[in-house]
Design a protein around this ligand. Structure first.
Ligand code: HEC
Length: 155
């Protein structure tokens, strides 16, 4: 039966991805992510990023000030993927500018990853969703594998 190996794979994948991606309640996860955005993330952006990435300044064509709410955040996943990249590579803020502490940097990266993963999880239930096409290959593959497991999709 072709069913069995797929089931085994899905169990392995679920274990591998851990509770963050295996959990299912979409609106609850965006409530949490949204609350964290306002409480933990916005103040850090304000302190370390908006000097250059405000609606007026927009260095690198990036306006982080326009993300006033989680709904607005969700409108531009690509921008947040770039934020993860820049933070992980230590490229932002530029080196002659005030830097985040390790804890602050980790908090910002962790939140942004949680948000992107929540978005992937949501779009996994809707394979035609435009968001999937804008993800990196690694993220896309994870989302697509998960979609196949949870919804038995064939590709
Ligand atoms: C002193 C000004 C300054 C500060 C502060 C700053 N940036 Fe930047 N940022 C720039 C400039 C200039 C560029 C475009 C040139 C480049 O990529 O180096 C840029 C580019 C970026 C890009 C790439 C945009 C794209 O589409 O390619 C991201 C993402 C980014 N910054 C995120 C951040 C984040 C997050 C912070 C705060 C933690 C931050 N920046 C703080 C000046 C700044």
């Amino acid at each position: 039966m072709p069913q069995l190996p797929i089931t085994g794979f899905c169990i392995a994948l679920a274990v591998f991805l851990g509770p963050s991606l295996a959990a299912g309640d979409e609106s609850a996860s965006f409530d949490t992510v949204g609350a964290q955005y306002e409480r933990d993330v916005q103040p850090l952006l304000k302190q370390f990023c908006l000097e250059c990435h405000s609606t007026e300044q927009k260095e690198g064509e990036l306006d982080l000030e326009r993300f006033g709410s989680i709904a607005q955040v969700r409108g531009d996943l690509e921008a947040w993927r770039k934020v993860i990249e820049m933070l992980e590579e230590g490229e932002m803020p530029p080196e002659d500018e005030p830097q985040l502490s390790d804890i602050q940097r980790q908090r910002l990266i962790r939140w942004t990853r949680a948000f992107v993963e929540a978005e992937i999880r949501t779009s996994a239930g809707d394979p035609g969703h435009v968001v999937l096409r804008r993800l990196s290959n690694a993220e896309y593959n994870r989302g697509a594998q998960l979609a196949r497991c949870r919804f038995g999709l064939r590709t």
